[in-house]
Write a protein that binds this ligand. Structure first.
Ligand SMILES: NC(=O)c1ccc[n+]([C@@H]2O[C@H](COP(=O)([O-])OP(=O)(O)OC[C@H]3O[C@@H](n4cnc5c(N)ncnc54)[C@H](O)[C@@H]3O)[C@@H](O)[C@H]2O)c1
Length: 372
């Protein structure tokens, strides 16, 4: 099978590339080696068996070249960040997706499947149960609420506190620029796919972790940020009160999910969560990681918050499980594999300072007046 992995030099894409090669497929990579992700240039882990095309997914000529003779596309490239250049999110993540279908259609290419990387971010503030009102998809918490250090979600109708629900695929409620671009991307892919009868699947990844995760990407970096601080003898900084829940999925489970939907006709034109389904609070995460690194450092809870963060995000993974996928690795494996990799990289001081400085400069990190 001839495959194309856009963003194949990045974290998730490169692991998909490795799996495809191990399974005997031909692989092309289209990647622009974005400076923010690859400040040191082309990564050495890109296998020589893969054909590397340095180019931009938004450039029609580059994409045409990459798509030539391909049967399967894994669209993994993305702009993911907290930066306020909104149009770049839509351009890189959504417009590139439309361009893939445009080229397949124009050139009558023999593409049999397209799998796009979406994100748990499309759920925005998520899904909640209000005792009075039932299911609620609330808007993001207001800055006034966050400034008061009032972290939990209130019902927008009766103002009562609400209980978080596992995120179910049938809903989406994107709020920030990244989430909006990802939701657009999956709608474009699944709907143009159906229109042109090109089997297409969108996978909403939860926070994915493992070796090769960019040290600069601000978006999903909890393991990186906490481990870099701990390895430098500094306490992890916890935003809000640390009781916000997340779910973390190991990179090999994400690759398994891609391989499963590749082979499943049942998956076509659908959207699936790919997560662990296990809620872990940020505080628990910090404590477990501190123990794993053999450190005796207490995390710092400063009542700071990050603008655009949501409170709880834990995916319901039952839909993909019905197709036979299940997560095989847990948090222990995530820590073991990530730490082993980070230690190979040598001095990491500069990476943390850089990331922290950037977020403070952009006024993304703020402090509550009355944290509780
Ligand atoms: N990592 C996560 O936790 C996570 C969670 C949810 C969804 N996702 C999605 O999974 C996919 C892969 O994420 P990742 O963590 O591997 O990201 P990454 O930043 O490590 O890799 C993305 C790759 O895309 C390339 N790229 C960016 N813009 C490009 C462009 N215009 N043209 C060509 N290449 C370009 C980058 O150079 C990079 O190699 C993305 O679509 C992302 O939105 C990731």
């Amino acid at each position: 099978m001839k495959t194309l992995v856009t963003g194949g030099a990045g974290f998730i894409g490169s692991h998909i590339v490795d799996r495809l090669i191990a399974e005997g497929h031909d692989v092309k990579i289209l990647d622009s080696l974005e400076n923010r992700v690859h400040p040191k240039g082309k990564p050495s882990y890109i296998p020589k068996e893969a054909e590397f095309i340095g180019g931009d997914v938004c450039n029609k000529d580059d994409l045409k070249k990459a798509l030539k003779d391909v049967n399967v596309v894994f669209h993994q490239s993305a702009y993911q960040d907290y930066m306020p250049n909104y149009s770049k999110f839509i351009h890189t993540n959504a417009v590139s997706t439309a361009l893939i279908y445009e080229i397949i259609n124009e050139d009558a290419l023999p593409v049999e499947k397209v799998i796009v990387a979406s994100s748990q971010a499309v759920y925005g503030e998520g899904q909640y149960q209000c005792k009075e009102q039932g299911l609620i998809q609330p808007p993001t918490r207001s800055q006034t609420q966050l400034e008061k250090g009032d972290w939990e979600l209130h019902c927008p109708i009766c103002d009562e506190y609400m209980d978080p629900l596992r995120l179910s695929e049938e809903y989406a409620n994107p709020y920030n620029q990244y989430a909006l671009s990802k939701y657009n991307q999956e709608l474009i892919a699944t709907r143009l796919g159906r229109l042109l009868n090109i089997p297409t699947v969108a996978l909403r990844y939860s926070i994915t972790q493992g070796p090769r995760q960019s040290l600069y990407n601000q978006y999903s970096g909890i393991c990186r940020i906490f481990s870099l601080r701990l390895l430098n003898g500094k306490p992890p900084i916890i935003y809000e009160d640390g009781k916000q829940q997340r779910d973390y999925v190991h990179i090999s489970d994400v690759v398994d999910a891609n391989m499963l939907v590749l082979r499943s006709d049942e998956a076509n034109f659908q959207v699936f969560n790919v997560g662990s389904g296990v809620p872990v609070t940020v505080l628990e995460y910090a404590q477990l990681l501190t123990k794993k690194l053999d450190k005796e450092i207490e995390p710092l809870v400063l009542s700071e918050y990050r603008l655009g963060d949501n409170r709880h995000s834990v995916s319901d993974i039952s839909k993909l499980k019905k197709l036979g996928w299940f997560p095989k690795k847990g948090l222990e494996d995530i820590f073991d594999d990530y730490i082993a990799w980070v230690k190979e990289l040598g001095d990491l001081g500069e990476y943390f300072e850089e990331a922290d400085k950037m977020m403070r400069k952009m006024n993304v990190i703020r402090r509550a007046r009355d944290g509780k």
